[in-house]
Design a protein around this ligand. Structure first.
Ligand code: XMP
Length: 493
């Protein structure tokens, strides 16, 4: 297998069409489930990259809602841990099955305090709990409408627990829905035997869950999210805070993951956080993958130099063409259940399927999601000359930058005033690119999924798993190396 793809990346190869067995290429009927790490499965194998111009909470929310995952970047300055934690919290609080820790207030608090809390947290309901955390009632915005707040307390306006429908212990979403319909309620507090508050189920969250059956959720029904840390400096403290905020997976991300720095970082991580789900990278060789496997990573990020905003290969002459890297790493992992995250180099949708076929359990994308509404950063308008009419028009752009670009390093290190020589000494391996600003990332992800389904159909399989199986059993049946003119025929339009 390795001999067939040595020196190759996505555009060097094309796949020979097989007899299709699918009546319809329906994304809701084709199984695309695949892992991102040992214990986390995605229904759709797409992940947004931990880059500060790609993934913050808005991107991570859409990715998880669409069945993939977003990894919040670590592009915050050393010691600035809280902003990254906040992004994780926003995702975790977006959609729930059960809200484990709903915003609450004491019955003795004033209505002014209640109104201020609702406004700050942008919520319409507060759970009222006494000093022993027992449910005392519910207070909604409506309860405070048209009343003089001054001198009034939460206990004056809340619906007291005696008049509420509650449920003792845990309840399945279906049963909760039936109860809510039957009793005509929109909120169902869950309580322990002693009346202590266990959580809250809301009709709105149940409706959202139903509408998004592919979403990536944790055991409490909340959206899953990942977050990146480095391998030196504040990385352990950062990990501790992210884990406290209930991040689902930590990604230890450095440019060259097959290194002594990574070895120390993983050892320390495991010592401190035990079995917590952890992906490490990046590597691109069999030895690199084996190294991370032996150190105990649950997932391995593969890709040295293929990224759209990356200049590693230009500046250092090191790297491995991405298809070769994926095959090498997949073969090195053998029967282990450690997942491969194929990271970078996807410049057209077809390459997603290739990445998934050649060894990626899921695929990580950066530039493909840049410039969308959900990517961080300001929209700037630049003058562009139209080639046909030579007219100048203002076009909206957003910036995509490599995480090892000078600008990203400068921001992370807070060395705005450092002179140019000092910055150059940092050895940038990334660049800044202007990307036309476009709409939401949601239709882009959906299109990608549809195209993966079409690839499965062309490949003669009924699911992603089956496509991989067929391919690895007899790769020569599929693989065609493209000549330079074949590549032109394939991609030049
Ligand atoms: P795409 O091709 O999807 O790749 O934009 C995203 C991946 O690129 C990597 N990345 C970098 N690599 N220097 C690098 O060598 C950089 O400055 C840089 N920034 C991002 C990263 O693995 C990301 O997921």
């Amino acid at each position: 297998m390795l001999d067939l793809v040595r020196g190759c990346t996505f555009d060097d190869l094309i796949l020979s069409p097989q007899r299709s067995v699918l009546a319809r290429r329906d994304p809701s009927a084709i199984d695309l489930s695949s892992r991102i790490s040992r214990r986390i499965t995605l229904k759709r194998p797409i992940v947004s990259a931990n880059m500060d111009t790609v993934t913050r909470a808005p991107m991570a929310i859409v990715q998880a809602e669409e069945g993939g995952l977003g990894v919040i970047d670590r592009g915050f300055r050393p010691g600035e841990i809280e902003p990254q934690v906040r992004e994780v919290e926003i995702v975790k609080r977006t959609q729930h099955g059960v809200i484990k820790d709903p915003w609450s207030i004491a019955p003795t608090a004033s209505l002014d305090e209640a109104a201020a809390l609702m406004e700050k947290k942008r919520i319409g309901t507060l759970v009222v709990v006494d000093e022993r955390q027992r449910l005392a009632g519910l207070l909604t915005e409506r309860d405070m409408r048209f009343v003089t707040r001054r001198g009034s307390y939460v206990s004056d306006r809340m619906t007291p627990v005696a008049q509420l429908v509650t449920h003792e212990g845990v309840i399945a979403p279906d049963a909760a829905e039936r109860l809510m319909v039957e009793r005509k309620i929109k909120k169902l507090p869950l309580v322990g035997k002693d009346g202590s508050l266990l959580g809250l189920i809301t009709a709105r969250d149940l409706v959202r869950q139903r509408r998004m059956p592919f979403a990536t959720r944790d055991t409490h029904g909340r959206l899953r999210v990942g977050a990146a840390i480095g391998a030196t400096g504040d990385y352990l403290e950062r990990a501790a805070e992210l884990i406290r905020a209930e991040v689902d997976v930590i990604v230890i991300d450095i440019a060259h993951g097959h290194s002594i720095v990574m070895e120390r970082a993983i050892e320390q991580f495991r010592k401190r956080f035990g079995e917590f789900e952890m992906i490490a990278g990046n590597v691109a060789t069999a030895e690199g993958a084996k190294f991370l496997l032996d150190l105990g990573a649950d997932g391995i990020k593969v890709g040295i130099g293929p990224g759209g905003g990356c200049t590693t290969r230009i500046t250092t002459s090191f790297g491995v063409p991405q298809v070769q890297a994926l095959v090498e790493c997949r073969l090195a992992l053998g029967d282990s259940d450690v997942a491969v995250v194929a990271d970078g180099g996807v410049r057209r949708h077809g390459a997603i399927f290739e990445a998934l076929l050649f060894g990626g359990d899921c695929v990580m994308l950066g530039s493909a999601f840049a410039g969308t509404e959900e990517s961080p950063g300001e929209v700037v308008h630049k003058s562009v000359v139209l080639p046909e009419s030579q007219k100048t028009v203002k076009v909206p752009f957003k910036v995509l930058r490599g995480m090892a670009s000078l600008a990203a390093i400068r921001d992370r290190l807070d060395v705005e005033d450092a002179d140019k020589v000092e910055l150059e000494a940092l050895g940038a391996e990334g660049m800044e690119i202007s990307v036309p600003s476009r709409g939401s990332v949601r239709p882009i992800v959906r299109d990608m999924i549809k195209h993966v389904c079409s690839s499965i159909s062309y490949g003669g399989a009924a699911s992603l798993g089956e496509a991989r199986e067929m391919f690895w059993k007899d790769p020569q049946r599929f693989l065609i190396k493209q000549s330079a003119s074949a590549r032109r025929e394939s991609y030049e339009r």
